[in-house]
Structures are given as C-alpha cells and as structure tokens.
Design a protein around this ligand. Structure first.
Ligand SMILES: *Cc1c(COP(=O)(O)O)cnc(C)c1O
Length: 399
C-alpha cells in the first residue's frame, strides 16, 4: 500500500539532514504547470524549482529526448568524446551569443569554474601577481553553497560555522556603481553579479546599473561575469536578463532551466581568450558534458526557442505584474518583477511571508518565501493565462 503524506514526511524528517524546511506537501506527479500530491490533490506550481522548471514538468519533447538518449548511451566520461557534446556546445554558444563553453552539472560548479577561469586569466593575461587576484561580488548575492562561494556571501545563515573561508573576494553594495569603481584595483580579475538577485527577493538593480558596470569593467580590464543561472532561459522575458540593458558579459554562468527540468546541466559560456586558457587536466567533472545531459540540454534550448518561451514570459509577466499590483492589501509593500519573475514584498508587520505561502498552499497554489518578507512568483513559462488568472484570485483572497 502506498504511504500517505504524513508517513513520508516523517521518514524524510527522521532520516534526512534538516537543511531545508519544505512546505508540508509531498509531490508525486507533475505535468506542465501542475503537480499532484500523494493523496491526489492538484496544485499550480508557482516556484518552478527556482526557475529550473521553465519548461514545466515533464515537457513531452524533453521526456522523449531523454528516453531516446537513454536507449543509446548515457555516460562516457570526458576520457572519450561523445556524439552529443559537440553539437550541444555549438548550439549553446549560438543561443547565448558567446564563443566557447565548458559543461558542468550544478550551478555552484559553474560559478566555481567561472571563478577559476577569471583567476587564471588574471595571472596569465592581465599580469596580476600570482596568488593576489581579487574578485568583486555584491551584497545579497546568491551563487551557490560551496565553501569558496559562501566565502563572499553576506547572509549569515549561509556562512556561519562554515569557515575558514577563501580569501580573494570583495563585496560591494548591489547596484552601487561608485562602490564598484572604488573597489577595482590592478589586482581585480572580475566582477561577479546577478542581473536580478533572485534569492535576495527578486531585487532589480537601478536602471542603467548593468550597462554602466559593464562599461567600467571594460575600461579597467576586469571581466564582467553574469550569473544567469536563475534569470536565464527566458525567465525575465528575454533569453538572458543582461539583454534588458544590452549587456554582453565576458562570462556567463548557466544552469537550472538548461536541464529542462529533468536533469542537472550547467555551463560557463564566454570569451574564447578566457575559457580557452584551461589546459587538459586543469579542471574537470566526471559527469560534466555527459551525453544524456547534452541531449536534454539541446532539446531544452530548442523548446525555449520554438515555443517562444521568452516572449511568453514577457507578455504573461507584464499581465501578472499588473494583476498583482491591482490587488488591494494592507500587507503588501511592493510588487516588482521582470517577465514571469516576480517578488511580492510584504511589510514586516505582516508577520512573515511563510504563513502566506502556507495559506496559498491550502488554496492549491505552491510558492515559497525567500528570506523573511518576500513571496517569489516564478511559474513555468508554459503556463496559460487562464491558470495565471486563477492564481491571482487565490493570491487576492490570501492577501
Ligand atoms: C541556484 C543558483 C545557483 C546555484 O545553483 P545549484 O545548482 O543549486 O548549485 C547559483 N547562482 C544562482 C543565481 C542561482 O539561482
């Protein structure tokens, strides 16, 4: 007999480390923008696995691509070539408008790879004294969970008890051009930035910040690295969020939706004179670039283009933003967003976003608080307008 939600949650609680605090729902099935729990209750997914599910759950084309590849070959290691990797690299570079790519698995690994590439470039090309390269990051950042990445986190929850940390990082306020100019020294290798800070609560920098930061970096011979892991692949209404300001990064970190919602696939894409510095043996990954990942990644990009998911995100996102802004509620401080990437910030007196997410869950809408006071809305980009309208009614009731 199948186990009920309560039993399953108790098992996870007993046997699993408590590094998450999930809403009390156990999901057993998904299709498009919908998921079902083990008791058969249906919910609309308004989180999309932090934008890893831009294509929705089990997109038929992605499931087919995965199954077809599983019937051919799934893993080869990079000790040999595989037939999917070359075409995937080419198609990914074309989609991202970049010259070269390096494949990994998780987002954090892509960020680590970009940091290594930037340091190597600083020593080999820019001429920084060995061991002295610096990378500038922004307060409120989220780039992953490894020790080197949390070394420059400003969130105590992500850092406390995990030191000692890695040197070589500097943090400036997000959106502060003056601070960026002042932080750059001859030792600066790169500026690492999220074009919109997702985990911080869908924080959009001041207009012109990305374009001017790009200009400052070019002038100072500093690499501009955009972390588009959460904002990429149509989420903000453009293929990549940097495009809103016409910015082309030197390196981009990609992940999440690149795996089409079925498999972890990440990459760094960027300039040939930077990524081309890696020599055999200097960096790698057992699973990075495996043929299953590549087959899924190829189809994920094709689906985004052929189903015009970026354009859908732009159109539906504007509609959703306006609909949410029209909800009268004493609890709401601000509704902000780009495309189907929206944060509803509540007043501190509202008692935290968590209880609103729990109330929305009871209404059949799944979303998650980010930090204490922001509800993030990021539905799959394949969602229909009628489903969005239904969700807005639930949000209006709860708020
Ligand atoms: C999710 C995320 C990461 C880390 O990705 P993982 O796959 O969880 O390692 C890095 N940067 C940003 C902006 C993210 O949203």
């Amino acid at each position: 007999m199948a186990m009920d939600s309560k039993t399953l949650m108790e098992l996870a609680d007993t046997w699993g480390a408590h590094n998450y605090k999930p809403l009390p729902v156990v999901l057993a099935q998904g299709e498009g923008a919908f998921v079902w729990d083990v008791e058969g209750r249906r919910y609309l997914d308004f989180l999309s696995c932090y934008s890893a599910l831009n294509h929705g759950h089990r997109h038929p084309r992605l499931v087919r691509a995965a199954k077809e590849q599983m019937d051919q070959i799934t893993l080869t290691s990079r000790a040999f070539h595989n037939a999917e990797m070359g075409p995937f690299l080419q198609e990914l570079c074309a989609y991202a408008g970049q010259e070269m790519a390096l494949l990994m698995n998780s987002g954090a690994e892509a960020v680590e790879t970009a940091l290594k590439a930037a340091r190597k470039w600083a020593y080999r090309v820019k001429g920084v004294t060995p061991g002295e390269a610096e990378i500038i990051a922004c307060a409120g950042n989220f780039h992953g969970r490894t020790i080197s990445i949390v070394s420059f986190s400003t969130e105590p929850l992500y850092r406390d008890d995990f030191g000692p940390f890695c040197p070589g990082f500097r943090v400036i306020p997000y959106g502060d051009l003056k601070a960026l100019r002042e932080a750059i020294t001859p030792r600066t290798a790169a500026f690492l930035v999220e074009p919109i800070q997702g985990e911080a609560g869908v924080v959009i920098p001041p207009a012109g910040f990305l374009a001017e930061a790009r200009r400052i970096c070019t002038e100072a011979d500093v690499l501009f690295i955009a972390d588009e892991i959460q904002t990429g692949f149509g989420r903000t209404g453009r293929a990549f969020a940097c495009e809103h300001e016409g910015v082309k990064p030197d390196l981009m970190t990609l992940g999440k939706a690149l795996g089409g919602g079925i498999y972890p696939v990440s990459a760094v894409v960027g300039r040939r004179d930077v990524l081309g510095l890696f020599q055999p043996g200097e960096h790698g990954s057992t699973f990075g670039g495996n043929p299953l990942a590549c087959a899924i990644g190829r189809e994920a990009i094709r689906v985004i283009q052929e189903e015009r998911l970026s354009e859908r995100s732009a159109e539906l996102g504007e509609w959703l933003l306006n609909a949410l802004r029209a909800i009268p509620s004493p609890h709401v401080r601000e509704v902000r967003g780009r495309g189907l990437f929206i944060g509803v910030e509540l007043h501190p007196e509202a008692g935290g976003a968590r209880r609103f997410c729990e109330a929305l869950m009871a209404q059949g809408l799944l979303c998650k608080e980010t930090h204490d006071h922001v509800i993030r809305f990021a539905p799959p980009l394949v969602i229909g307008q009628d489903q969005l309208a239904w969700a807005v009614q639930r949000v209006a009731e709860v708020l």
